[in-house]
Design a protein around this ligand. Structure first.
Ligand code: GLN
Length: 472
């Protein structure tokens, strides 16, 4: 049992001697062991107790404790942590050991967080169910016959099962928000460029964002605040004028909320639809305005996303050639066949599918028809959002069209798996911040969730609405 309600509360309790940090870390280690069948951890940091001891000594010697002092954080296995292996859920990186900390990890450590281990995920973050990991399925702690979502399935499951305080995930088209929704926790995808991607394994570089998953919005805000900021090592990172201020969470002003009619079409599960209706009523009763709005290019979202991200992925994943990283196939006799052999054996089915799609849309003769056209669609989708945000503070949508599904139910049908990303991918196409907030349970006890989308760099609104919903 955890005796604290948030990370700042935990910090206070440790510093006032009411909570023993080492006991707390042991609690997490034991819980990881007890929940091994969930398969959410790929690596557990065996040095964490020593590191916790060093933190305590540092503070006892009079140094100021950092804002994440004692926080136990687990990291999706696409983010580089020095001293820990990084597989990206792929056989091709089996036994690969990165030699540096990602910027987000350095920032967490600078604020005295403890890294407890690496979390399972879909191979190279491609997927929506964690069934694409080369290291086995992650089970959803709420119902173990169901997927935890993906690609940050290990992250969502670890938070939901109490195996860490906060987990880091990455979100290229929904991979933080969808698993958060499926496991009943909070997950935020920040504005593109707010968080440095240095040390994040590239999937689709103009879409990828790192963000936190946690049991409450305060902890998401605190961790996001720490990992944000300009980094000379990521040329796309911005030094935003608008900081993620966790203190702003309790502002009481009301919101103008838009609900895009295109997000409530036929494919939406009826319980999710109903739960949003109920939520809208509550929001209105609390003095917020909620109106129907339009994002007219929504029907192009999935096509544009899968053209652009596969193109970027095909290029990013060309580095896994058996020479520079990870595994090499030794059966072939020429360089060319060694490349081919390494990649055929090292990559799983979904990753190969994306590389082929990506190379196809980039190839001579198809570049204009697919890649260029999708870039134009991306611009249209972004302007749809900008228009709505002229009159509204936030956009409210479902996170997923379906409740968490059973293993195997979708895995033979990649297209229907892709269509499940319909409500999350537009946010990455537009580079916006969005949060997945738990919203009760279905009649079978499965987690329900809603998504709020905010204008660029206005994450503070996402945290304020999350806080408002907690009170409602
Ligand atoms: N499910 C989406 C995909 O498979 C999103 C992945 C992600 O955000 N990393 O591409």
């Amino acid at each position: 049992m955890l005796l604290y309600s948030s990370l700042s509360h935990k910090r206070e309790l440790i510093l006032s001697g009411k909570l023993d940090l080492l006991q707390n870390v042991k609690f997490f280690l034991e819980n990881i062991e007890k929940n091994k069948n969930l398969n959410s951890f790929l690596f557990v940091n065996s040095r964490i107790l020593e590191e916790a001891q060093q933190l305590l000594e540092k503070v006892n010697s009079g140094l100021k404790p950092g804002s994440l002092f004692g926080a136990v954080i687990a990291v999706k296995d696409v983010i580089s942590v020095e001293g820990m292996p990084m597989t990206c859920g792929s056989k091709i990186l089996e036994n690969f050991h990165p030699i540096y900390d990602a910027t987000v990890i350095k920032k967490l450590r600078d604020e005295d967080a403890l890294i407890i281990g690496k979390l399972n995920c879909d191979e190279f973050a491609m997927g929506s169910s964690n069934e694409n990991s080369a290291y086995g399925n992650v089970l959803n702690p709420v119902d173990q016959s169901r997927v935890p979502g993906g690609s940050s399935g290990g992250s969502a499951a670890a938070v939901a099962a109490g195996l860490c305080d906060v987990a880091l995930g990455s979100d290229t088209g929904g991979s933080i928000r969808q698993p958060a929704a499926f496991c009943g926790v909070y997950g935020i995808k920040p504005t593109y460029s707010r968080v440095s991607r240095y040390g994040l394994t590239a999937f689709a570089s103009s879409f990828d964002s790192i963000g936190p998953l946690a049991k409450n919005p305060e902890d998401c805000a605190l961790v996001l605040d720490v990992i944000s900021g300009y980094d000379a090592r990521d040329s796309t990172s911005t030094n935003s004028e608008i900081p993620v201020k966790s203190e702003k969470i309790c502002d009481n002003s009301k919101f103008r909320i838009g609900i895009p009619k295109e997000y409530f079409g036929d494919g939406l599960n009826s319980e999710i639809r109903e739960s949003i209706k109920i939520l809208v009523k509550k929001l209105k009763d609390a003095g917020n305005s909620v109106d129907e709005v339009s994002l007219p290019n929504t029907h192009l979202t999935i096509a544009a996303y899968y053209v652009l991200t596969t193109a970027e992925a095909a290029s990013n994943l060309s580095r896994y050639d058996g020479v520079r990283y990870g595994k090499r196939s030794h059966e072939e006799t020429s360089l060319g066949s060694m490349y081919a052999g390494t990649r055929s054996k090292g990559f799983g089915k979904e990753v190969k599918r994306r590389i082929m799609l990506g190379n196809y849309v980039l190839s001579g003769g198809y570049y204009d028809a697919y890649f260029n056209k999708a870039q134009k669609v991306r611009r249209l989708i972004k302007s749809d959002f900008s228009l709505v945000f002229k009159d509204y503070d936030l956009i409210l949508t479902p996170v997923t069209p379906e409740l968490p599904f059973k293993f195997g139910e979708m895995s033979d049908d990649p297209l229907s798996m892709y269509l499940g990303d319909i409500y999350t991918t537009s946010v990455n196409l537009a580079g916006l911040p969005a949060i997945s907030i738990p919203a009760g349970e279905s009649k079978d006890g499965l987690p329900l969730a809603v998504q709020f989308i905010a204008p660029e760099f206005e994450e503070n609104k996402l945290f304020r609405i999350a806080d408002m919903l907690q009170q409602l």
